[in-house]
Write a protein that binds this ligand. Structure first.
Ligand SMILES: *Cc1c(COP(=O)(O)O)cnc(C)c1O
Length: 372
């Protein structure tokens, strides 16, 4: 086993997936072919969202959602202090100000009880993140948003197929944003999808992703200064079979996560929670150690054994750009985000792994002692 390297993420692509890509390459219709529309339809069927737009990546989706909602200079947007940096970067890109809110230990999602105190007259939107594939507490977040008339963009980058109270991630808010980067459950290399139940917003996204061209007019007419955020048909072809297999992919990953949950038994290691009424998609299995030193030692211990793991996400206020620009006392203001960032570790959960791999990783963790 020692010579068989294990990586944090590794997509499993079938011959069928590859054949679909070859078909596109042979057709010569590399961008505006049939697969983009087909996958958009499949994502609507799967998530029950009314509309879906495939875009070039899961940062373009968040960015375009903010642009479509007219959020910009002078506005504030609430984001969790622990996420991938893209969640906050897009707020900066439209000229608005990210207001960070701490997360909850164990679920790593925004603490909904701290959202209201972060709202000011400038607040326009909340971007809850479904971290590592677990939905944030969407009913409470939607209640707060309705009460204060705020938009909600769900950053479901890691969470396609996740559910909260029998409802799919990405269908609670005004927009649902998904990523298909290779570290997520399904991949198109680079890629993203924006879902919405609002017809007007959908039209706006379809316009903005394609240079501002009117999607309802066969004649070329530019009705907005738009972007080129289109997904190629090559990427959509790679994705189409994976979306069909999504349920099987998620249940396989859930089985692996269950093995970690029963096998890891270490007094100084805390396991991630899956609260009731949540369906987790287990993008990664995120454990927490006692302190940063132990976490870093465990990373090394696994690396020596040919297992390559890494941090799960960042405490965004601790990143140089945000720390310097907003003078944030991140350790004090966002203690749970800081702990997740400094003491957290993402373990691999993907289709290229089998039960024995998870057992192997778990036993290496169990025998790990920081004094070694
Ligand atoms: C991956 C990720 C993104 C960015 O998606 P890309 O497709 O890599 O641009 C945004 N937010 C979260 C929470 C992510 O995990």
């Amino acid at each position: 086993m020692k010579n068989e390297p294990i990586y944090l993420a590794q997509p499993k692509l079938t011959d069928h997936d590859i054949q679909n890509v070859v078909d596109v390459l042979k057709s010569g219709m590399l961008v505006q072919g049939k697969y983009v529309k087909l996958v958009e339809r499949r994502i609507c069927e799967y998530t029950q969202a009314h509309n879906a737009s495939l875009l070039s990546n899961g940062t373009a989706t968040l960015h375009l959602a903010l642009v479509a909602l007219g959020i910009g200079k002078g506005d504030e947007v609430i984001v969790p202090a622990f996420s991938y940096v893209a969640t906050a970067n897009v707020v900066e890109l439209v000229g608005a100000k990210p207001i960070f809110v701490d997360i909850k230990a164990g679920t790593f999602n925004i603490n909904e009880n701290l959202i209201e105190e972060a709202i000011t007259p400038k607040t326009k939107a909340i971007i809850p993140v479904h971290e590592f594939g677990l939905c944030a507490c969407m009913d409470k977040i939607m209640d707060i948003a309705t009460k204060h008339q705020l938009f909600v963009i769900e950053d479901a980058a890691c969470a396609i197929g996740a559910m909260y109270k029998d409802q799919q991630a990405g269908t609670f808010g005004h927009f649902g944003s998904f990523s298909f980067h290779p570290r997520k459950s399904v991949t198109s290399g680079e890629g993203g999808c924006l879902t919405t139940n609002n017809t007007q917003l959908n039209l706006k996204i379809k316009t903005l992703r394609n240079h501002g061209l009117d999607p309802q007019n066969a004649k070329i007419d530019c009705i907005e200064a738009g972007y080129n955020y289109r997904m190629t048909d090559i990427q959509a072809a790679l994705l189409s079979g994976q979306i069909e297999r999504l349920d099987a992919i998620i249940s396989y990953k859930a089985e692996l996560a269950q093995i970690y949950a029963t096998e890891i038994q270490h007094p100084a290691i805390y396991l991630p929670q899956q609260p009731p009424k949540h369906k987790h998609t287990w993008q990664t299995y995120h454990i927490t150690l006692k302190n940063q030193n132990e976490r870093d030692k465990l990373i090394n211990h696994l690396k020596i054994n040919n297992i390559f793991v890494n941090y799960g996400a960042q405490c965004i206020p601790a990143m140089s750009y945000y720390k310097n620009k907003y003078n944030l006392a991140y350790e004090q203001w966002f203690p749970q985000a800081y702990k997740a960032y400094t003491c957290g570790l993402a373990l691999p959960v993907h289709e290229m792994l089998q039960n024995r791999h998870i057992q192997h990783i778990s036993s290496l963790i169990n025998t790990f002692s920081s004094t070694q």
